[in-house]
Ligand binder design. Structure first.
Ligand code: I4D
Ligand code: MG
Ligand code: MG
Length: 296
């Protein structure tokens, strides 16, 4: 029997690699070549979305269209939730239909500043459940993949989360996000202070949710949490973490509650013990959901 989702996943890996090549040639040019840099003035034009620090470039838009077009040719009935298509007014509702959830450049601020962590993230859901996730960390040239029930891999090598159960011996990843609303910033800092003062060994952030989650899956950090992310930031990475043996949760109550891809809140950890401890330390505010019609 033809394994239709495996065919789709193989397509996603190819599309992510091609998209990554487009992103990375741009990013590397930004690092090394002043002359080309000036010649690419238009391509470097940085625009903003929900706030003055929520950045988007023509490369984000171009890469998303490249991925969507290539998928449409092969899977004409599938649906899409793409970061830049939603920014352009498309709806952001997760249905039971096969749906490609695309972040063409996760880490656009890094991309703009040549901070060397940038990923293409492609998740694929059916019946609202992620079936596979592909994260291509293009400057590291690492391809992270996971298929539901079949494990998580980096360049074909199996991934396993860290076995550290003591949060005091852990590194936790998080981000500050793109809201500069003083109340939200205060809440993010208060959470960060609580986590830091547990105390943990350290707090890190790669500047991209997808790569932070791959760091959890690889056992390099014990957990990643963030409030304010979107479904396209976490769809692929969430499966990569769970297939590497990790746990995912929302930030409600004492036990976090099940991960809700649309809630804009996530804790992804190597173990339930560490995830629940983070939930207890952070201020669980709720930004407007991704599927809330009037959020823009
Ligand atoms: O907008 P892009 O796709 O670069 O993604 C976001 C990151 O993934 C977040 O973790 C991060 O905190 C930022 O909100 C960032 O915008
Ligand atoms: Mg993103
Ligand atoms: Mg993006």
């Amino acid at each position: 029997m033809v394994d239709v989702w495996q065919t789709a996943m193989d397509h996603a890996v190819g599309a992510a690699r091609r998209a990554g090549q487009v992103c990375c040639s741009g990013a590397l040019i930004r690092c090394v070549d002043q002359v080309v840099r000036e010649a690419l003035q238009d391509d470097r034009k940085v625009m903003t979305k929900s706030s003055s620090v929520d950045l988007v470039t023509q490369t984000d838009q171009k890469v998303e269209q490249l991925i969507i077009q290539s998928v449409k040719e092969k899977f004409p009935t599938h649906r899409f939730i793409g970061e830049e298509s939603v920014a352009a007014g498309e709806s952001c509702v997760l249905t039971d239909a096969p749906t490609w959830i695309i972040d063409p450049i996760d880490g656009t601020t890094n991309f703009v500043h040549a901070f060397p962590f940038v990923a293409v993230s492609i998740g694929f859901s059916v019946n609202k459940q992620v079936e596979f996730g592909v994260v291509f960390s293009c400057l590291e040239d690492k391809m992270f993949t996971a298929r539901r029930g079949k494990g998580a891999f980096c360049d074909g090598e199996p991934l396993q989360v860290s076995d550290q159960e003591d949060i005091k011996q852990s590194i936790i990843a998080t981000e500050f996000g793109s809201s500069r609303d003083p109340e939200a910033v205060d809440r993010i800092f208060s959470s960060l202070r609580n986590v830091l003062c547990i105390p943990v060994h350290g707090v890190r952030g790669a500047g991209t949710a997808a790569i932070n989650m791959c760091l959890v899956a690889s056992g390099c950090v014990e957990a990643y949490y963030e409030i304010g992310i979107h479904v396209w930031d976490i769809a692929a990475g969430s499966l990569i973490v769970s297939e590497a043996g990790g746990v995912l949760m929302d930030v409600d109550g004492k036990d976090g509650g099940p991960l809700d891809l649309m809630s804009r809140r996530i804790v992804a950890a190597n173990s339930r013990t560490i995830a629940e401890r983070i939930v207890r330390e952070i201020d669980a505010f709720g930004p407007p959901r991704d599927d809330e019609p009037l959020r823009r």
